[in-house]
Design a protein around this ligand. Structure first.
Ligand code: SAM
Length: 233
């Protein structure tokens, strides 16, 4: 019997980890990490000493085959990303898909279990404090840099649903500018919520019309850093 555990880990504050996540990590034969050095901080903080190996967006098929081989030997393997939930704009889904396809028989015989150990995600953290009616929302992950970008802004402008996406400090100003341009006629009804550095020292939530939020970050250039979740509602 082997288990492949997909584990949510903190998005900033190292105390945001569930008891179950720590237990499963500590009992794993191997922990797959997006960046082993990054995960080591979490493991050290909780005195967990388990072998780690990297699994990231550039991992090759031979790494996937190696992981499947270990699961077939009965090893218990955990997967974490640098922050939050693997598979949510992070590596993981491809690996899980391969395991599901290549180990169908073991899964149906009950000798392999793929389990979720739920934990933090910037997506749910942002929605939980935005205070918007978002029973119905669309998550866009990261916006495309070129192809499809304009079309997406047009979709955001006409959508009745809350639209949520991740953004980097390098692109947040450009993105806010695009929102100002595309939502211009709509500025009175569309609200932007920018959640920055969630669970960290400089956590903040900026709410307003596209123009107001853009102006805030233009004035406070020192706040154009860190990690961002943007909600258009
Ligand atoms: N898998 C992660 C999750 O479940 O949230 C997301 C990983 S994605 C590669 C990284 C992006 O998530 C960042 O660029 C940022 O947009 C968002 N993010 C991660 N941590 C965050 C935080 N503490 N505050 C705000 N946004 C964050």
């Amino acid at each position: 019997m082997s288990t492949f555990s997909v584990i949510g880990t903190p998005i900033g504050n190292l105390e945001d980890v569930t008891l179950r996540a720590l237990k499963v990590l500590a009992e794993s034969d191997l922990i797959l990490c997006e960046d082993t050095r990054m995960t080591k901080r979490l493991l050290d903080r909780h005195s967990i000493s388990v072998p780690t190996k990297s699994y990231h967006m550039h991992s090759t098929i031979s790494r996937i085959e190696e992981i499947i081989g270990l699961l077939k030997e009965g090893k218990n393997i955990s997967l974490v990303s640098d922050a939050g939930t693997p598979g949510i704009s992070d590596p993981g889904s491809e690996l899980v898909r391969h395991i599901r396809e290549d180990m169908k028989e073991e899964i149906s015989l009950g000798t392999l279990k793929i389990e979720a150990i739920p934990g933090p995600s910037a997506l749910t953290a942002a929605l939980s404090i935005a205070g918007i009616a978002c029973a119905d929302f669309t998550f866009l992950g990261f916006l495309p840099h070129k192809k499809g970008r304009e079309t997406l802004f047009k979709e955001i402008a006409i959508s009745d649903r809350a639209m949520v996406f991740y953004e980097s400090p390098h692109r947040i100003i450009k993105t806010l500018q695009s929102l100002v341009e595309h939502l211009q006629g709509d500025a009175s009804i569309k609200k932007i919520t920018v959640c920055r550095e969630l669970t960290k020292i400089f956590e903040e939530v900026v709410v307003g019309s596209p123009t107001e939020v853009k102006a805030y970050f233009d004035i406070h250039a020192d706040k154009v850093r860190g990690e961002f979740v943007v909600i258009v509602s």
